[in-house]
Design a protein around this ligand. Structure first.
Ligand SMILES: Cc1cc2nc3c(=O)[nH]c(=O)nc-3n(C[C@H](O)[C@H](O)[C@H](O)COP(=O)(O)O)c2cc1C
Length: 219
């Protein structure tokens, strides 16, 4: 079977579905759901969000140059969807979702969402008017981590939070651990090595038996 070739479009999945909180300089604040987001630099820590100018939040982002990326979990899935299909023009999404604001450390106008496990305070450095979406490139000014997800050594166990993923129109929960960073080149423990060797030997034996059987058939 071949592969179909489609016209250019967005098919880069999975993505995080984050809730972005922002505010204007008069004290009005809002939440919108964003999937067009990512990390772009480690040092300085930088991230981006891409937003359509017709969103109610767009004016706030432009005016204050501030936003908070709030990571989301399974528990927050309903609010994530709601904040992505309803506009702050017509309602107060804080009230409707029951989410709570918290004052940021480094920002003046954009609040954090208290219920989110991790919040990234961002200050806009540049706006790129790309087309349908304008990209807000920003420097991360502070990161908040909920103590509920810290282990006894103070290490963040983010993957125990039930992080939410957006993929091809659906929300999924990230769950199954397949390895850790660098595991493909890590030295194997001796008993693990033995298991791998045994598996390889069994596979080799199977291949030989299969070859023998097909040779017998052919003759
Ligand atoms: C899963 C999901 C992802 C979304 N991603 C984006 C995005 O990356 N950029 C954007 O402009 N809108 C995105 N939206 C749409 C906005 O969140 C939506 O239009 C929202 O109602 C805007 O709120 P506001 O008018 O209060 O600002 C997304 C919606 C959903 C449900």
């Amino acid at each position: 079977m071949g592969k179909q070739i489609w016209k250019p479009g967005n098919m880069l999945y999975p993505l995080p579905a984050v809730m972005v909180s922002t505010g204007d300089t008069k004290g009005d604040t809002n939440i919108l759901t964003i999937a067009w987001t990512g990390t772009v630099c480690t040092n300085p820590a930088m991230a981006y969000i891409s937003v359509r100018p017709e969103r109610y939040s767009y004016g706030m982002l432009r005016e204050s140059g501030e936003f908070v990326i709030n990571l989301t979990t399974e528990k927050l899935a309903w609010a994530v969807d709601y904040c992505g299909v309803r506009s702050g023009r017509d309602m107060n999404k804080w009230k409707e979702t029951g989410l709570h604001k918290r004052k940021a450390e480094m920002l003046e106008f954009a609040p954090l969402i208290r219920e989110s496990p991790v919040n990234l305070e961002c200050r806009v450095t540049e706006v790129k008017e790309l087309g349908s979406h304008h990209m807000f490139l920003a420097e991360v000014k502070a990161v908040h981590a909920d103590e509920a997800y810290l282990d006894k050594n103070g290490r963040l166990e983010l993957n125990h939070a039930g992080l939410l993923v957006y993929s091809h129109g659906e929300y999924l929960a990230a769950g199954k651990k397949l390895g850790t960073f660098g595991y493909s080149v890590k030295k194997k423990a001796p008993d693990q090595k033995k298991t791998v060797q045994k598996k390889k030997a069994a596979a080799h034996k199977k291949r030989l038996e299969h070859k023998k059987a097909s040779n017998q058939k052919a003759t």
